[in-house]
Design a protein around this ligand. Structure first.
Ligand code: DGT
Ligand code: CA
Ligand code: CA
Length: 571
């Protein structure tokens, strides 16, 4: 229910954006959607208990939005959205979402060629029909084709936050079903992968049939793919598939290990079992000859039977974890609670939606000791980057806020553009006044690899640069990573003592896990930050931490696990 309503408000905002409607109204819908996603209680229950008044107690929900929730609860529809949809060709949002294709072009394509689906667009592009239209140069058509490919590559995969929210929703629904002994979300979500194909849920119960009956009736289920005694699969309303298995208590560990994967990790461990005359499956680790159960109830006892340390799910990617576990060399992975501060966030001064004070208060509530305010610089115009003069004023405001607010240190920084030639967007006079300087590429994303590598390594050698943020600049499902020699970037970072950021935003998750591991080997410092554009987004930190864990990182590799004085010294 919450997810569906959140999606409705997201869609309302998108359609209004297409119509260039009142930005405050658009923002209100987006805020409502965000707050609903973050809400722990069920909106339907809240409405049934307390009516419109209770809904309006929820932050971001005013009378208009509360009425739409009421309408949805009563009729299953929101008429304002139905009306808006009618103003556009069908599937219009799907088309507009394709990277490289804006609303103007999409509308033109509909008018000229009746294109109303990505499939028709692909066909028309391949048949050479687009080039003949006004304003469609070969470069633009190539961009659209690549955009279609990117969409297709990500087809059917979901971002980590959407998958996490749905898993949490389902866990909440399952908590109302009796006869459940234990429940665990396995698969790629448990391993913390950047994108998730489907959810795999494992349940212990003596009454599997009851669990299955309840599962297929959840209101978020769109259709049932299969329903059996111990396994079922459904598709949720957001098109996400969920596989459910029910097992007995004595096999829970073996089943959890099997369904957590990854497949290659499972197969590697199974091979070792065979060499020992054992058999490993979701029904336990057994003696091949006698069929005697060696281990099965917990994952711990299975790894122990192999003489291995416990391997955290994030490491089960067939990247050397079995050897490490045999040798007692599994690292003590970083945990969210070890993070002491957030070193990348935006305020109203550029493209954020909260003030310096609000960001600081929210960070303080999360238990942080310090934050870095890092708004955009002048070249990033779409994000209202600050000119040098505006930055000087902003610095004063941040210092003043720091004096005013007790209990957290507010540091002054900026997310400085690396220009095409590798120079920075501010002169040294300004950079000197910042406590920490973040640098990144925000334009000319398509430079060839050699030039891009030169550009970035040149910036890293600027003595004021402290952290390279979202180093590959990918936007999952939207924009390819830049072409860059990351090995060389990491080595240059080491040489000039520049830290690399793991950006926690689910669309970025970059530095990626593989390069985290490489950075650790090279002794490059890491920082995990959120890049929050609102107080709400400060909570995204958990996704950065899980990415760092997948990269074998320990607290000592991550600068923002340290007290401020030590952090500043190391930078
Ligand atoms: P996803 O859903 O594409 O994001 O990735 P996973 O890893 O969640 O993959 P999924 O849902 O197909 O399967 C969940 C786990 O079940 C997988 O990580 C390992 C296990 N598994 C699935 N199929 C096989 C198989 O054919 N052989 C083995 N050994 N394990 C399998
Ligand atoms: Ca899965
Ligand atoms: Ca699956």
């Amino acid at each position: 229910m919450n997810t569906e309503l959140a999606n409705i408000f997201w869609e309302l905002a998108e359609y209004l954006e297409l119509k260039q409607d009142n930005p405050f109204k658009i923002r209100a819908y987006q805020k409502a959607a965000q707050n609903i996603e973050a809400l722990s209680g069920n909106l339907q229950t809240i409405y049934k208990k307390g009516g419109l008044a209770a809904l309006q107690q929820i932050p971001g929900i005013g009378s208009h939005i509360a009425e739409k929730i009421q309408e949805y609860t009563k009729t299953g529809k929101v008429s304002a959205l139905q009306k808006l949809k009618k103003e556009f060709p069908k599937n219009f949002l799907q088309l507009v979402e394709i990277p490289g294709l804006g609303p103007k072009t999409a509308l033109m394509l509909y008018k000229e060629l009746k294109i109303d689906s990505p499939e028709k667009l692909t066909k028309a592009a391949k048949a050479g029909k687009l080039n003949k239209l006004p304003g469609m140069g070969s470069k633009k058509v190539a961009n659209i084709l690549r955009g279609l490919e990117i969409k297709q590559e990500s087809h059917g995969r979901f971002l980590l936050d959407e998958a996490t929210a749905h898993a949490e929703y389902l866990l909440d629904e399952f908590s109302k079903v009796s006869e459940i002994g234990k429940i665990l979300v396995c698969g790629s979500l448990r391993r913390g992968c950047a994108t998730i194909g489907d959810l795999d849920i494992l349940v212990i119960s003596h009454k599997p049939q009851k669990i299955m009956d309840a599962f297929v009736e959840f209101s978020i289920v769109q259709n049932v793919l299969s329903k059996g005694k111990t396994r079922s699969s459904v598709v949720l309303k957001n098109n996400m598939q969920v596989d459910l298995r029910v097992v007995e208590d004595k096999y829970f560990g073996a089943a959890a290990h099997y369904f957590t994967g990854c497949k290659a990790h499972d197969i590697n461990l199974r091979k070792i079992a065979m060499q020992k005359g054992w058999k490993l499956s979701e029904y336990g680790l057994i003696q091949a000859k006698t069929k005697k159960l060696i281990a099965g109830k917990t994952e711990e006892e299975i790894f122990a039977a192999f003489g291995m340390q416990y391997i955290p799910p994030e490491l089960r990617e067939a990247r050397g974890e079995l050897k490490a576990a045999e040798a007692g060399k599994i690292p003590k992975l970083i945990e969210l609670k070890q993070i002491r501060g957030d070193l990348h966030m935006h305020t109203k001064a550029s493209d954020g939606s909260n003030t310096i004070e609000q960001m600081a208060e929210a960070a303080k509530a999360l238990g942080y000791e310090y934050i870095l305010i890092s708004d955009h610089t002048q070249s990033t115009r779409i994000a209202h980057g600050l000119t040098e003069r505006e930055m000087l004023k902003h610095i004063k405001e941040i210092r003043a806020a720091n004096k005013k607010i007790k209990g957290i240190e507010i540091l002054v920084g900026a997310e400085v553009d690396i220009l095409r030639d590798g120079k920075l967007d501010y002169c040294d006079e300004i950079l000197k006044q910042l406590d920490i300087v973040l640098a990144t590429v925000h334009s000319s994303f398509k430079l060839p690899k050699v030039e891009m590598t030169k550009r970035i390594t040149a910036a890293l050698s600027n003595k004021y640069v402290n952290i390279l943020v979202h180093p590959s600049d990918r936007l999952i499902g939207e924009r390819d990573p830049i072409q860059v020699d990351m090995e060389k970037v990491l080595q240059t970072a080491k040489k000039h003592n520049v830290a690399m950021e793991v950006n926690s935003h689910p669309r970025r998750l970059d530095l990626t896990d593989i390069y985290c591991k490489r950075a650790k080997e090279l002794g490059v410092n890491i920082v995990i930050s959120t890049d929050a554009h609102s107080t709400h987004e400060l909570k995204l930190m958990k996704y950065g931490v899980i990415t760092a864990r997948r990269g074998w990182l320990e607290a000592k590799n991550v600068l923002n696990t340290m007290p401020l004085a030590k952090l500043l010294k190391l930078l």
